[in-house]
Write a protein that binds this ligand. Sequence first.
Ligand SMILES: *[C@@H]1O[C@H](CO)[C@@H](O)[C@H](O)[C@H]1NC(C)=O
Ligand SMILES: *[C@@H]1O[C@H](CO)[C@@H](O)[C@H](O)[C@H]1NC(C)=O
Length: 407
Amino acid sequence: MRVLFMHPDLGIGGAERLVVDAALALQNKGHTVSFLTNHHDPSHCFEETRNGKLKVRVVGDWIPRSIFGKFYAFCAYFRMMYAAFYVVLFQSKEEKIDLIFCDLISLGIPILKFAEHTPKILFYCHFPDQLLTKQGGFLKRIYRMPLNYLEEKTTGAADGVLVNSKFTSRIFSETFKTLNITPEVLYPSLVTSSFDITSPIDHSVTDIDDNATIILSINRYERKKNLPLALKAFKLLEGNLTKHEWDRAHLILAGGYDSRNLENIEHYDELSVICENLGLKDKVTLLRSPSDEIKVKLLNRCRMLFYTPTNEHFGIVPLEAMYLARPVIAVNSGGPTETIVHEQTGFLCESTPEDFANAATLIIKDQKLGEKMGDMGRKRVQQRFSFEAFTEKLNQIVINLINRRST
Ligand SMILES: *[C@@H]1O[C@H](CO)[C@@H](O)[C@H](O)[C@H]1NC(C)=O
Ligand SMILES: *[C@@H]1O[C@H](CO)[C@@H](O)[C@H](O)[C@H]1NC(C)=O
């Protein structure tokens, strides 16, 4: 089969990793895949889209991304619709396309129905776009109204819809009330090869000594990630641990930090102030945008992972920690409830410092417990979230969709 992937901006992020993995998976299964995108910067993209393994064609990059710094969504939708017209008018005449895999923006779907040989259209919903946009005043609501309406209608035009978790599936049904679609869950997978390095942490990363008990949290410096929870929970440990245990304890917050992003800058400063106020200055390290290599070293070095966001859509970091055999303490909501098994591969807690601290205390006091949970976490990732499992599931979905008679 020939499968065309349509994605707005083929940069580096969770959504991009997913579509690249989906393309690689179908390619492994013998299908011919290629990408059509509005933007692809070889200096900021995944290797597979640059080295020729996946063919990429860029169209419509000349269309502006915003009008006077506003109307980003409108422009992004317009760019994607342009790409859809391109497929209908040119690409589908050049080559027979059996299936089109779209994600993020659904507005091109009705247009793609006019492509030659009417390919099947599969839409991957990472999260309803209208819920991701910042809330605004009256004018913003007026502006979003038709866009939200179109998002719903055009999503409904797809032949199949996939989501990244049961949680997103639920949100999908609550948001798109007029659609009678139950999306199928295709969990993202973990690219395990990048985690299979075992070199010990070098001390240039942190100046924490070898005997420290490290608790790690990996999240971008955004307020919705609820990082203060990690700090407050860590502070409570002081009361639960012996002096010796507490002296050894150390918390590392590591996360994406973009110096052009105001929220990142402000939030980093806010967290520094909280550390200071809690008297944790010497016990907490805040790392900005650690490289992938350092991230793996930190995961290998830590005793457990704190994962603080509530209602995370999926959350890949817990899988990364589990794969490296570390127990994960996360909030009992959203995607983590599907990846973490409570009291087996970690703890699913209320979003309170007390609950997090209690779980962490159990793991610190009982080294065997942490190790056992870590081993079970690793097995779970290998069985349920491996690239192989992802490949089989996606291939089956695609084959079923192609074989289904048009309705
Ligand atoms: C770590 O612990 C070992 C054994 O208890 C000890 O010999 C060593 O000095 C400690 N290292 C540091 C940096 O405290
Ligand atoms: C930690 O300390 C709190 C407050 O003293 C206590 O209620 C809790 O049971 C302790 N947790 C553990 C796991 O020991």
